[in-house]
Ligand binder design. Structure first.
Ligand SMILES: Cc1cc2nc3c(=O)[nH]c(=O)nc-3n(C[C@H](O)[C@H](O)[C@H](O)COP(=O)(O)OP(=O)(O)OC[C@H]3O[C@@H](n4cnc5c(N)ncnc54)[C@H](O)[C@@H]3O)c2cc1C
Length: 576
């Protein structure tokens, strides 16, 4: 039986970084002992979670089906349930294969579970309280000796300070995942490109609100970035897309890591509903980034409520005329191809069945505004919305005026009319995974920056990292990052085998929230410098904030996708 100084992880106090304040001792437990505690706690949490999910199902269902009015009336508990589900899944996943992890990753997995237990218990407590469920089992777990032993061994001051020092020594490099050779090599190549080419330009693009320059786009085209999202003949795979997105996002979310999102969504819509002719025509072009594309779903009056979109497409000879407004269309200026979701049925009752996807071609432009007039007089005007972060691609307000789209440019052509909602949703799973990978990349960068700064900065006569509070913070950031990273790749693997759609929503929810937490702490560790535009952590912080807003706003994702799915599983209507 293996024993060591940090609760079975094999982690030992660092040599280079010395604590400024003496640590408490941690109980010496073998790996088997702590692993046993962790599995016992995680299975108790799952049991309680199932009880809570059952209770929420009971109040939200009528006649064996979910009732929309009841779901709305019980949003608070549905939301807490979805958040608890995401945290718990990440903690469970972190424990899988923990025996084969490095000592640091083992310690992080156990620390994350300990922290997560508190978060999950608190959310379940809300549900039990709100629904008047007997919470004796919950209170028993909260007070249980196994949980206390796990906490003492893995998330006490003594444990976290040791973990924090080890993370700092490793410059934040943790959360290892197993990749095949080609994905590993591709990620390494993109990490080099990100560090050498993207990172030096990222600050300037952000501070001067520039458009992503060709000096970045062209090498990325040549490296095959835009084809990553297109499976089958174009060689894309979920894991490769995640690995490369993570590498690029660590250098810049907006100027590199998010370039793949748009082709991902458009390619999925084409693959799901395009005619063979459309696929053969557009996919090779999208795969090489000629033209670049943008996605126009959101409108001034409808964002989360995609089924109600109102931009009108009226039939005309040989095609359709678009009239109306879109907003937040990211990269619409630089793009030569817009995927526009439009209402092709005038009947209000048609709701989501009245939408279709139009492919709109336009000239690419670098500016913050554009005005394109077609030969027949149709027009699109665009104006970039100034934002606090996520700069480089710019997100545009768009106004369409009698803009002509030929029938050949409706995805699915005649057969695609009315299928726009379903085809849009087809791209959402990939978009959510890609967003999770973006969040992981930003977290990784923030953690590394915080670890290095804490090593360099001296306060009250010691390096910042020598203080227990800094060590605890770094440990918690790393535990969250590592759990998110490992879950993202695990779900990517599930998607490749045709499963994991629900987990893609859970991992999106978790990683995007986590990116806010980790970048916030990274900024805080930098003190005043963290608030300066010249330090990268200020950019990570403002960039991370958008992640929970797009690709399924947090509340919509939690309520309309995750909670519904969890409750439908309880009703026996779904199996994932
Ligand atoms: C930087 C940026 C880039 C973007 N890029 C694109 C893009 O390229 N293409 C595109 O089409 N869109 C894009 N978006 C738009 C984004 O997808 C939407 O902002 C998002 O879907 C939310 O829609 P909304 O802004 O209309 O918010 P609303 O739908 O008005 O929601 C407002 C708030 O209410 C919450 N909410 C919604 N429904 C409920 C409910 N039933 N109960 C309780 N709370 C609820 C939401 O979660 C949100 O917090 C981008 C947005 C940003 C900020």
């Amino acid at each position: 039986m293996e024993t060591s100084s940090l609760a079975g992880s094999g982690l030992r106090p660092g040599r280079e970084i010395q604590p400024a304040v003496a640590m408490n001792t941690i109980p010496t437990l073998s790996f088997d002992e702590i692993n046993g505690l962790a599995h016992s706690v995680s299975s108790d949490l799952r049991h309680l979670f199932d009880q809570a999910a059952q209770a929420v199902t009971s109040v939200c269902a009528a006649d064996g089906r979910l009732d929309p009015a009841r779901l709305d009336a019980h949003q608070y508990v549905c939301y807490e349930l979805a958040l608890a589900a995401a945290e718990l899944l990440a903690a469970e996943n972190a424990l899988l294969d923990v025996a084969n992890c490095s000592p640091l990753d083992r310690a992080l997995a156990f620390a994350f579970l300990s922290d997560t237990a508190s978060v999950v218990l608190q959310k379940l407590e809300v549900i039990f309280f709100e629904l008047d469920v007997n919470s004796a089992a919950l209170q028993a777990l909260a007070a249980n000796a196994t949980l206390a032993s796990l906490r003492r061994a893995s998330a006490s001051n003594a444990a976290l300070t040791m973990i924090g020092r080890a993370v700092a020594e490793a410059d934040g490099d943790c959360g290892a995942v197993t990749l095949d050779d080609s994905t590993e090599m591709a990620q390494a190549a993109f990490r080099r490109f990100a560090a050498e080419v993207v990172a030096p330009q990222a600050e300037k693009i952000h501070r001067h609100d520039l458009t992503v320059p060709e000096a970045l786009l062209q090498p990325l085209r040549e490296m095959g970035v835009f084809g990553l999202s297109i499976p089958e003949t174009y060689g894309g795979s979920a894991l490769m897309m995640i690995a490369i997105t993570e590498a690029l996002s660590a250098a810049s979310l907006a100027a590199a890591g998010s370039l793949i999102t748009r082709p991902e969504i458009l390619a999925r819509a084409l693959l799901s509903g395009g005619t063979e002719r459309q696929k053969a025509h557009w996919l090779p072009k999208i795969a090489v980034g000629e033209p670049l594309c943008a996605i126009a779903i959101t409108e001034p009056d409808f964002g989360s409520d995609v089924a109600s979109l109102s931009l009108r497409a009226t039939p005309t000879s040989g095609g359709w005329l678009l009239n109306g407004a879109k907003t937040w269309c990211t990269f619409a200026g630089k793009a030569g191809l817009l995927m526009v979701v439009a209402r092709t049925s005038a009947e209000r009752a048609a709701a989501h069945r009245g939408l279709s996807i139009m492919l709109v071609e336009k000239p690419s432009s670098d500016g913050h505004e554009f005005d394109f007039v077609q030969e027949g007089g149709g027009r699109i005007q665009g104006r970039a919305i100034p934002t606090i972060g996520y700069r480089g691609m710019h997100s545009f307000d768009l106004a369409f005026e009698e803009f002509f789209v030929p029938d050949s440019h409706v995805i699915g052509e005649e057969g695609g009319v009315g299928k726009g909602f379903y085809l849009t949703m087809a791209g959402m799973v990939g978009g959510r995974m890609q967003t999770a990978a973006r969040a992981v990349g930003v977290m990784h960068a923030a953690l590394g920056a915080a670890a290095r700064y804490a090593g360099d900065r001296r306060v009250f006569g010691h390096a910042l990292i020598d203080y227990p509070l800094t060590q605890v913070k770094i440990a918690r950031m790393a535990a969250r990052f590592a759990a998110c990273r490992r879950l993202t790749y695990a779900v990517g693997r599930r998607l490749e085998s045709g499963a994991g759609r629900m987990e893609a929503s859970l991992v999106k929810l978790l990683t995007c929230r986590s990116a806010e937490i980790v970048t916030r702490d990274a900024m805080q560790i930098h003190g005043g410098m963290g608030y300066a535009e010249e330090s990268a952590v200020s950019r990570y912080f403002v960039d991370a904030r958008v992640l929970s807003i797009f690709e399924g706003a947090e509340e919509t994702l939690a309520l309309k996708v995750i909670a519904r799915n969890l409750l439908e599983q309880k009703l026996g209507l779904l199996h994932d």
